[in-house]
Write a protein of this length. Structure first.
Length: 316
């Protein structure tokens, strides 16, 4: 019998068969004959401090017309599992945080959680870059519109984005003379009540917003440069960017080697570093993607490498 693996994810029925990285992880687990239990966030609960869930056995296939099947639900302790993949996409809200507490109770009973629940809470994908400020572009995190306007005036050309977004949503390019600065700041800060991130615009975005996938503190050999479509400043694939795979270069590896030990120390086994030029802009820890694009372009097996790392952690 293989490793008992669970996955907490958005409804599998909504998965993008062609691109979903979680599906690739599950396919590779199935090929290793690891029994898979499927959960959505609402399936988890605590009773007298003990973590449990309504689980459904999951079968996955590489067939776009019939790629999954769910068995009958059973009420089980999370300790019936060896490892749980927390692959729920943002928004990172209070419901997400509550689930990390439940997963942390399972972790305290020797279930491996990918990624570590406390680090999912601690390492906001935008704010966590502050731990590596020597690698970032000039950055301000504030909800004070006057501070933000001063930053824009100083740097002239900037990018502003929410702290809890994904896929390029609500990202604006703001120049100092833009007549919409005030209204954008009203929206982004919710009238000075909501923190937001502002960074200097990096013209190297024309060459792509690179995703460096990290497994237990080590980078994959290939990165995905997400090239913005014409007229866009966002490289996100969800915003219409084109993914172009590249061999990891010396600059990317240097960044990975600086960030990697901190990821490993915090139990962030699978992460995605977003890099423009030689500057890091985000550290994705909730549900990093781009496995499928790199696999398709280079025939690599990043999901398999992740499962190998999980096996090593379980046997340590």
């Amino acid at each position: 019998m293989g490793i008992n693996i669970g996955v907490v994810m958005d409804p599998i029925s909504s998965s993008n068969y062609k691109k979903d990285s979680t599906l690739e992880m599950l396919w590779r687990a199935s090929e290793r004959e690891w029994p898979i239990q499927y959960m959505e966030m609402g399936d988890l609960y605590l009773v007298d401090g003990h973590p449990r869930a309504i689980m459904r056995p999951l079968t996955v296939k590489r067939d776009p017309k019939d790629f999954y099947a769910l068995g009958a639900p059973t009420d089980q302790s999370l300790t019936a599992l060896d490892v749980i993949l927390m692959r729920k996409d943002p928004p990172f809200d209070l419901e997400y945080i509550y689930v990390t507490y439940m997963l942390e109770r399972a972790e305290q009973e020797n279930v491996l959680i990918i990624n570590k629940p406390a680090s999912l809470r601690d390492c906001n994908e935008k704010v966590f870059t502050a731990w590596f400020s020597e690698l970032t572009p000039p950055t301000l995190i504030s909800r004070n519109s006057n501070q933000i306007k001063s930053f824009i005036t100083k740097h002239q050309d900037t990018i502003i984005k929410p702290l809890n977004g994904m896929g390029g949503t609500s990202i604006f390019r703001l120049r100092a003379q833009d007549p919409n600065v005030n209204v954008v700041l009203e929206h982004m800060t919710a009238h000075n009540t909501q923190f937001t991130m502002v960074q200097t615009f990096l013209p190297e975005i024309v060459d792509g917003d690179k995703r460096i996938l990290m497994i237990n503190g080590k980078p994959a050999d290939y990165v995905l440069a997400r090239i913005p479509k014409k007229g866009e400043t966002r490289g996100n694939l969800a915003a219409g960017g084109t993914g172009v795979g590249q061999k990891i270069n010396a600059s990317d590896r240097k960044i990975a080697n600086i960030v990697g030990p901190e990821l490993e120390k915090r139990g962030i086994v699978f992460a995605g570093l977003d890099v423009i030029g030689d500057r890091i802009t985000e550290i994705n820890v909730t549900s990093p993607t781009c496995i499928r694009e790199l696999n398709d372009q280079f025939g690599c097996d990043i999901a398999g490498d992740l499962l190998d790392a999980i096996e090593r952690l379980l046997s340590a």
